[in-house]
Design a protein around this ligand. Structure first.
Ligand code: ZN
Length: 51
């Protein structure tokens, strides 16, 4: 029950409602985008999931 680091933020910025945060399963980088089929901007992989 020890969460050393909690990256969860409840802050909602104005204009941030439609962007979804994704995580690349290949290079583990996080990015924001809109849409279902996103590609990682770092490695161009389509193997991403919503965070
Ligand atoms: Zn990637």
């Amino acid at each position: 029950m020890c969460s050393a680091e909690s990256p969860i933020s409840m802050d909602i910025e104005e204009g941030d409602l439609i962007t979804i945060q994704f995580k690349c399963l290949d290079c583990n980088s996080k990015f924001r985008g809109i849409g279902k089929k996103m590609r990682c901007p770092s490695c161009q992989s389509a193997n991403v999931e919503k965070v």
